[in-house]
Design a protein around this ligand. Structure first.
Ligand code: SF4
Length: 136
């Protein structure tokens, strides 16, 4: 496990994923200064492919494994803000939907790594690589 040097972000109350509350950032997460600053400035959201989706983003919350959900995940893989989107979902503990191309189940495995002290940057990189390998 690697602990990257970086900025500690978050003021959440719990580091236990099972006690996480939606919208409460994980406390003590380490992120690189560039990622931390992108998370602080929410402007990245307007660049997301899903913001222009014809279905208003419904596919991103469709049942896991459905055609719509799989299409949403494919769209995420070509989204210019995929990494910061996934980082945000992990930091805020998004429980539902596709974020950064990942399912809630995939994010649970990533969150476990995050809570063990890996940097947010490293966990995001690992998660995207794992997903790419699984779908190759
Ligand atoms: S990565 Fe996916 S969920 Fe995130 S902004 Fe892009 S299209 Fe939307």
């Amino acid at each position: 496990m690697s602990r990257a040097r970086g900025t500690q972000i978050g003021n959440g109350v719990s580091r236990d994923v099972r006690q996480r509350v939606y919208g409460t950032p994980v406390d003590g997460v380490t992120a690189s200064p560039s990622l931390a600053s992108r998370l602080d400035a929410w402007g990245w959201r307007v660049d997301g492919v899903c913001t222009d989706a014809a279905d208003d983003g419904a596919a991103w919350f469709a049942q896991d494994g459905s055609l719509a959900s799989r299409a949403a995940r494919r769209a995420c893989r070509s989204c210019p803000v995929q990494r910061v989107c996934l980082a945000s979902a992990l930091w805020f503990g998004e429980e539902y939907g596709i974020w950064g191309g990942t399912t809630p189940e995939q994010r649970e495995a990533m969150t476990t790594r995050l809570l063990r002290g890996e940097s947010l940057d490293g966990v995001v990189r690992w998660g995207i690589d794992e997903d790419r390998d699984a779908t190759a």
